[in-house]
Ligand binder design. Sequence first.
Ligand code: GDP
Ligand code: GDP
Ligand code: MG
Length: 392
Amino acid sequence: MTEYIILIVVIAVLLLGVGGTMLLQRPRGMHGVRRSRAKELDLTGSMPKVDDKTSAGTITVPPPAPPEQGPAEPQAPPKPTLEKPPPSAGRMVRLRARLARSQSGFGSALLGLLSRDRLDDDTWDEIEEVLITADVGVTPARQITADLRTRVKVEGTRTPEEVRTMLRTELLTQVETEASRSLRTQRHEGRPAVVLVVGVNGTGKTTTCGKLARSLVGDGQTVVLGAADTFRAAAADQLETWGDRVGAKTVRSDKEGADPASVAFDAVSTGIEQEADVVLVDTAGRLHTKNDLMDELGKVKRVIEKRTAVDEVLLVLDATTGQNGLRQARVFAEVVDVTGIVLTKLDGTAKGGIVIAVQRELGVPVKLVGLGEGPDDLAPFDAATFVDAILG
Ligand code: GDP
Ligand code: GDP
Ligand code: MG
């Protein structure tokens, strides 16, 4: 009997081995489809170039090794391997626990206060205080408190469920916006989508470019990265490391202090030549005055626009920096037309109210949130998931 089981296990392992090998070939096949489609469009001149660069450049292992081959070869090779990142869909739900953990104070404090038998003036002041402490901003905090007060008056008795529903509805009203949160990363006829990533130094721009590149690759898109933060070579190295992991080419200058606009121009040109779906341009945030910033970012954008339109300007904001970060964000928004906000480090703060404050302040929706330092800890923002996480 045991011999049979061992035999079956051995056969299963062998089959998995064969399956694994086939899986290894698969991604090539998929690329092949892409290429042959490109051939029909007579774009053969540029497509194989991507290939040449890939194999001659920094990526040494040619076929992507999908995690599915795990059972056949349990030990992944230590050499750099192209990773297959997960798609973007459902990420916020997956990372919800992380959000709930950091937000718990704020949501449960509000629920607790609203569930008191008697809601007197002091209690309403406390409610407003909790909201302000959570970085919602003074004006929205007052408005939310006033709205809740009206609702309580109208609805009278409150079961715990009713309190929860009431608070949920109110917070959703504050977090929802009319503007679309979808990222404009769809390739246009004959040219890639271009995303410019801006923000203060240390907010997470480079990390966000890297994570976003992964997520786009996970969604089946091809990405070119532009290292337009040319202050330090290390910044370009950091971006390139992210790109290498998922097979996204990084366009950079090896000269420290090179013209960022020139790098951005080259990155977009490469994206056009290689028929990439998206070009992500990382920028520097170390500019001391608003005029410096305006000169540099303005120039980067203008020069990109010599080749193609900029589809998104994402402003990266560190959620842990509160009102100070908000002030800096305002300066950026005055300098460039921001189309979306990336709120990073939301895993490290109980002050999720900043989502409400920043959208209101800049009139631009939060499109992505950073929920950790892991490579796939970037999620498309979803208002309902966010509010549910706040309420625990
Ligand atoms: P202006 O600043 O808007 O007048 O634009 P310019 O035409 O003077 O270009 C400014 C910068 O953009 C240049 O210094 C280059 O860094 C960059 N640039 C413009 N055109 C090109 C180009 O064809 N190739 C590259 N690599 N960079 C360019
Ligand atoms: P940049 O100067 O704006 O390019 O910032 P970086 O991308 O270099 O990031 C600065 C630091 O913030 C790094 O240590 C990142 O790992 C960290 N970071 C970025 N996003 C997140 C996030 O969503 N959560 C956490 N916990 N850390 C983050
Ligand atoms: Mg950076």
